[in-house]
Design a binder for this molecule. Structure first.
Ligand code: ARG
Length: 269
């Protein structure tokens, strides 16, 4: 069901690709910063036009990947598990997020012990946390999140470096249910694929082309599904299931290896 959401985003004022920590990042490829800003602002304004609240985190000139706000924490039931980044280039982002949450009276704000990249590797269904591992978040972050949130964690092994975060390979379409997701099976190990098929027999199964277009890096409010326009193959299957897909162009942010979901942290509860 469609409900008003609260999101946290970080403007790409200092976005650039000056290092490479995923296969999409090529420092030799120039970024059009004014275009990146315009694309990001269009996404923010789209959320607001749908009735959602968007809060903004102040960007830091030393942290070009900070625009990918989804990686800074996981927030469920007003409880915040901060991030601990796998790469030193992004390490400084964790404190900026923790500070933001601490200043805003969230029920509990926890600095994690183990590496986890926030909503990059954690997705939330009605009862579970789906959790990716293999490239960024440590497998040890899974029991840590389970203990902190008191929700069962389902660990999933990512095997394709292009889909290095769970949110590039799987998207929860309706977080009031436990069976409404879309995912790209080939991004997961055979065992994790079998787990996904068992849990989500009704899933939208996403092929290579739409996954490569970052079609799974989408944000759903339970009705509207905001996703890259280029993931053309997903619009039909989403409509058939009663969702309203809304195409977005975040082409410049793709150069850092992220799209709609990466730019959007959801503040739940
Ligand atoms: N350049 C960033 C990195 O490699 C992109 C992060 C994308 N965020 C995401 N939620 N998938 O860490």
């Amino acid at each position: 069901m469609y409900s008003a959401r609260r999101y946290l985003m970080c403007p790409p004022a200092h976005f650039r690709v000056s290092y490479s920590i995923n296969p999409w990042m090529d420092p030799a490829k120039p970024v059009d910063l004014p275009l990146a800003v315009a694309q990001w602002e269009a996404l923010r304004d789209l959320y607001r036009s749908l009735g959602h609240t968007v809060e903004e985190l102040a960007p830091d000139p030393e942290l070009p990947d900070m625009v990918y706000a989804a990686n800074g924490a996981l927030v469920v039931d007003g409880r915040v598990l901060g991030a601990r980044f796998a790469h030193p280039e992004r390490a400084g982002e964790a404190a900026a997020h923790l500070e933001w949450y601490r200043a805003r009276g969230f029920a509990e704000v926890r600095e994690p012990e183990h590496i986890n990249e926030g909503e990059g590797d954690f997705a939330v269904t009605a009862s579970w946390l789906l959790a990716g591992r293999g490239f960024r978040s440590s497998p040890l972050s899974h029991p840590e999140a389970q203990e902190f949130f008191g929700r069962p964690v389902i660990g999933l092994d990512l095997v394709d470096p292009r889909f290095y975060h769970l949110d590039t390979a799987l998207c929860v379409l309706d977080d009031c249910r436990d069976d409404a997701v879309m995912y790209h099976p080939e991004a997961f190990s055979p065992g994790s694929r079998a787990v996904l098929a068992r849990l989500f027999p009704e899933a939208v199964v996403v092929g290579e082309a739409d996954a490569r277009a970052f079609g799974l890096n989408a944000v759903s409010d339970g009705h509207h599904v905001l996703l890259p326009q280029a993931a053309a193959g997903l619009f039909g299957p989403l409509r058939e299931r009663g969702y309203e897909p809304v195409g977005v162009d975040l082409g410049e942010l793709l150069k850092g290896g992220g799209s709609v979901k990466c730019c959007t942290a959801e503040l739940r509860g």
